[in-house]
Design a protein around this ligand. Structure first.
Ligand code: URA
Length: 466
């Protein structure tokens, strides 16, 4: 029996080194025990064997490394062994990760998802409180993650709150940022964290003022923001009263008239048109200057499917509507081929103003840059929040960046569902204008068939989720 002792719970490098050596020595999974602790043990009791073997090659598909980096953060004790089992399987079959029905792959995927959710929750629900000492102002938060995600998640807070000195205290590990260095110390208790601060009242007032009872879904809210997080969030003190108040108001509406309920449903549509009006005055980047007008998304506010394009083209800019030019007409043909009803779909763009270069009388489309996409994401995320689609499809790389908040490669992300932060499904495919530009007839046909398949899959996913 081999015993591997990893330095800490998220010790991916330690796991990788050990797993690699074990795999090269053909050690079966049942002969290995994994533990976490301070006293590193000798893997084989014979360093020479480890050294020799570690020079041999062992490769794995890149998605496995990404999966392993995430799964390693799970609190499940078996995670190291499960990953090792998959590592061995991949040595025999490099496609093993593609087998969606395989119980081991399924289990690892569940662990990955659970870690991703925990990471998202930490980003959404950490609330800093200001602490003034003689030397500094520090912002301190208390958080209780389900998994070992503090080390992995800390760089996000470092980037987001780069100019603040902050500490995030958790029972297992605390992360600290002093403007230059990220450091970690042992776990803390809740009593070590401050309970409130002077700006908290202002924050509560703001939260109460933006609360909209017509948009409140208690089940969805408690699924997205489980009660265990409430205790660390100043605004959560208001939630029980607001829920109670909202229920009472809802009951009155039901009793008063059925029209009243319909009106409540209309609120989302009203919010969407208010959002559009607000976007008309957008100055978040300079693209509004040469454009004729804003081209906002259109479609039913309760659409189960949202399509995101890149940006309006020449014709959209003149018409003020998305996807009405050549790419839009091609898109319409594919949608109708697979039986997706465009009128039941919310269609929008990553960027809401036409970006172009003037060449003589012609306005030539020019790609939005990352800064422009990110600036316009302000509107897109609010459209998504209001429409709450079950499935969102990004058409092309700019749309994918807007949907996911980071640059991705179409070829790597295409063909599989991506879990979006609100738990809904995201899909990435090519942009229809790409299909218009392929010079080779045969390849164009192939690519069009693939695009049609993508849309057919999306249609099936919408049907399964509604
Ligand atoms: N291309 C897009 O991405 N969006 C449009 O609205 C039109 C063309």
């Amino acid at each position: 029996m081999r015993c591997v002792t990893l330095e800490h719970e998220e010790d991916f490098d330690g796991w990788r080194t050990a797993a690699r050596a074990l795999a090269l020595a053909n050690v079966p999974p049942e002969d290995v025990t994994w533990q976490v602790g301070d006293t590193p043990q000798d893997l084989f009791g014979d360093e020479a064997v480890l050294e020799d073997n570690s020079r041999a090659t062992l490769t794995v598909p890149k998605p496995f490394l990404q999966l392993a980096q995430s799964v390693i953060c799970h609190s499940e004790r078996e995670r190291f062994a499960l990953l090792y089992r998959m590592l061995l399987r991949l040595q025999k079959n490099r496609e093993a990760l593609q087998d969606r029905a395989d119980p081991l792959r399924k289990r690892l995927e569940e662990l990955r998802k659970s870690v991703a959710r925990d990471i998202h929750k930490m980003r959404a629900f950490v609330r800093f409180r200001e602490v003034q000492t003689e030397d500094e102002t520090r912002f301190v938060a208390w958080f209780e993650p389900e998994h070992h995600i503090v080390r992995t998640n800390a760089p996000f807070f470092q980037r987001r709150f780069a100019s603040m000195n902050w500490s995030i205290l958790t029972p297992e590990l605390c992360a600290h940022w002093d403007g230059e260095t990220l450091s970690f110390t042992e776990g803390a208790t809740k009593a070590d964290a401050p309970a409130g601060d002077p700006v908290e009242e202002t924050w509560k007032t703001y939260f109460a003022s933006i609360f909209n009872p017509a948009r409140m879904k208690v089940k969805a809210m408690t699924a997205e923001m489980p009660k265990k997080y409430w205790k660390n969030m100043p605004e959560s003190a208001l939630i029980p009263d607001m829920i109670a108040g909202a229920r009472a108001r809802e009951m009155t509406m039901v009793q008063t008239s059925r029209e009243g309920i319909a009106r409540a449903g209309d609120n989302r549509a009203k919010s969407l048109s208010a959002l559009r009006e607000e976007a008309e005055g957008c100055r978040r980047c300079d693209l509004w200057k040469p454009a004729t007008q804003l081209v906002f998304g259109e479609g039913p506010v309760d659409a189960a499917l949202m399509l995101i394009g890149e940006q309006p083209g020449d014709q959209e800019d003149l018409a003020g509507r998305p996807f009405v030019g050549p790419a839009g007409q091609l898109l319409d043909r594919f949608l109708s081929d697979v039986g997706i009803d465009r009128s039941a779909t919310y269609v929008t763009n990553a960027v809401k103003h036409f970006k172009y270069e003037q060449r003589g009388k012609r306005r030539i489309h020019s790609k939005p840059n990352g800064g422009e996409i990110d600036a316009c994401r302000w509107w897109l995320t609010q459209e998504i929040d209001l429409v709450q689609p079950k499935v969102t499809v990004a058409l092309g790389a700019s749309a994918a960046r807007a949907m996911l908040g980071k640059t991705v490669t179409i070829s790597k992300t295409r063909g599989a569902a991506i879990e979006l932060p609100d738990g809904s499904e995201g899909w990435v495919t090519v942009h229809p204008s790409y299909l218009l530009r392929i010079p080779d007839q045969g390849r164009a046909e192939e690519e069009r068939a693939r695009f049609r398949e993508d849309l057919a899959t999306v249609k099936a996913r919408v049907a399964a989720l509604t």
